[in-house]
Design a binder for this molecule. Structure first.
Ligand code: KG4
Ligand code: ZN
Length: 342
């Protein structure tokens, strides 16, 4: 395979990611996570994340170069996540990428983190067919995108108006006295639970008069509903049926995520759905997506988990597309934008 040799740097949340690609060929994808440092706070602490990036970035870069068997001088370009994400965390990656680009005299490309998640699919070896709907679910974002072209035409259809889906998993896990990160814990706790035991609310679920929120999500009401339900049981002196609560909560999240993604596919006549983000690790989400996509005649694509969670390779993949398309580099003036739109 051939194509531009591009380094990608990702520091938007708690993963320090450095990836190297040649065209759409994955040469290295090294990730250092500060997740354990955040565990005792029950969620990502921005200041802790930024400091961890500062410590992890140089060794992560070195490992990526070693894995790929290339040197910095070999690179055709450098790509970096410029947003959205945690401002201080983003600044570490953007600062490092600018220093590298300036000292090596290499073109630098600013990449949108959400577009990067879609770009991860390029590294699976298959071409992305357009248009496609993409559902990105992690601890930091829950976004539904219409992708007509990865580097020139990505439209945000909707997003969460409060908590991200992963954040809801983390908060509900805490309510159930399960450790952080909550997603895998809820997945484990739900084994043997009855997903129909408790009917938790589906936020912003599709009534006609909600047209303006048709593709948006809301998970804070669900979290509150779980909290109230657990409190009531405890007040009544009953043991909390953790497996049933976990399974019912997970079902509510998964149901609304897939229902809205497939509503977008149907409304827009797009028979393809791409999933990305750390919540894609969820066993029930994968099963429901497969089942309902098959029933709706929608082709489902889920990259391997190492490419679904935050990583530098997906950012490099977009950089490589930009170079191949002859796009002008971003220059050295851009900043880190925590609310960067797609
Ligand atoms: O993409 P990611 O690694 O980092 C960002 O948040 O950007 O996603 C982490 C999120 C956490 O909120 C975690 O609880 C959630 O993904 N997660 C899961 C599962 N594994 C990780 N959520 C549900 N089920 C899982 N199995
Ligand atoms: Zn992400």
């Amino acid at each position: 395979m051939s194509g531009p040799l591009v380094l990608g740097i990702e520091t938007s949340c708690d993963e320090t990611g450095v990836g190297i690609v040649r065209g759409t060929e994955l040469l290295a994808n090294v990730i250092a996570s500060s997740m354990e440092e955040h565990a005792r706070y029950g969620g990502v602490v921005p200041e802790v994340a930024a400091r961890a990036h500062l410590e992890a970035l140089a060794p992560t870069l070195q490992r990526a170069l070693d894995d790929a068997g290339v040197s910095l001088q070999d690179l055709d370009a450098i790509a970096v996540t410029s947003g959205p994400g945690l401002a201080g965390a983003l600044m570490v990656g953007v600062g490092a990428a600018k220093a590298l680009a300036l000292s090596l005299d290499k073109p630098l490309y600013a990449v949108n983190h959400l577009v990067g998640h879609v770009g991860a699919d390029l590294l699976t070896g298959d071409d992305i067919e357009y248009p496609t709907v993409a559902l990105l679910v992690s601890g930091g974002h829950t976004s539904l995108l219409l992708v007509r072209d990865l580097i020139s035409d990505v439209e945000l259809l909707g997003e969460t108006i409060d908590d991200a889906a992963g954040e809801a998993f983390d908060k509900v896990a805490r309510l159930l006295s399960l450790p952080y990160p909550g997603g895998p814990e809820i997945d484990r706790a739900a084994v043997g639970g009855d997903p129909t035991a408790i009917r938790f609310p589906r936020g912003l679920s599709l009534p006609k008069d909600m047209a303006q929120h048709r593709y948006d999500f809301s998970f804070s009401g669900l979290k509150t509903a779980v909290a109230r339900w657990v409190e009531r049981e405890q007040d009544a002196g009953a043991p909390v049926p953790v497996a049933d609560v976990a399974a019912s909560f997970r079902e509510a999240v998964v149901d609304v995520l897939i229902a809205k993604a497939l509503a977008a596919c149907a409304d827009l006549g797009v028979p393809r759905l791409l999933l990305g983000g750390g919540v894609v690790a969820n066993a029930r989400l994968r099963a429901v997506a497969e089942e309902r996509c098959a029933a709706a005649g929608v082709e489902l694509r889920i990259p391997p988990l190492s490419l679904c969670t935050d990583n530098g390779a997906m950012i490099a993949a977009i950089g490589s597309q930009l170079v191949a398309a002859g796009r002008a580099p971003s220059g050295l003036e851009f900043g880190a934008d925590s609310t960067l739109p797609v």
